[in-house]
Design a protein around this ligand. Sequence first.
Ligand code: HEM
Length: 157
Amino acid sequence: MLLKTLSFSTLSILFVLIFIGGYVSASGVGLTCPDWPLCPAGLVPLQDFIIEYFHRTIAAITGLMVIITMAFTLKSKQAPKEMKIASIIAGSAVIAQITLGAIVIIERLHAHLVTLHLGIGIILFSMMVLVTLYSSKIQNNNNKKTSISNLEKSTVS
Ligand code: HEM
């Protein structure tokens, strides 16, 4: 249950982050916060760079959640090998994505780097979809086992 909730929450926040990223790009506000890792006013969000501030803040939270999901998946005895591999790819992709985010800023939104940023975002999202589907399957199997053992108990008594 925990893994299913965790992976679904991670996938949902990642989905929102990709929307914000698209907005940052389409509205041309990518360089409103030219410093790294913090914006010019530190942790204070100002109107001048609020969209980019949100993109970075949500990216930091998403990064943490992807890593926590990976740690729980690797620890789980029920998680199949494929799920563990997908979670490792997601963990690596999120680290690469956050590092690339910094390079995108330093290189002043170089087209190749922004395209790569979008590409890694897609890989990350796909891997999180797989992890979420596997966690759902594990949960369904657990529910089936519980119902069968309840049925057996009620038949015996
Ligand atoms: C998990 C982390 C992240 C994800 C999934 C993500 C995703 C995205 C996506 C999907 C876009 C739109 C790309 C496009 O339309 O071509 C975008 C844009 C952008 N991202 Fe991220 N991002 C992440 C982290 C970061 C970080 C940490 C930074 C650092 C500052 C950053 C900086 C930017 C910038 C500046 C743009 C706009 C580029 C432009 O103006 O064309 N991103 N991001």
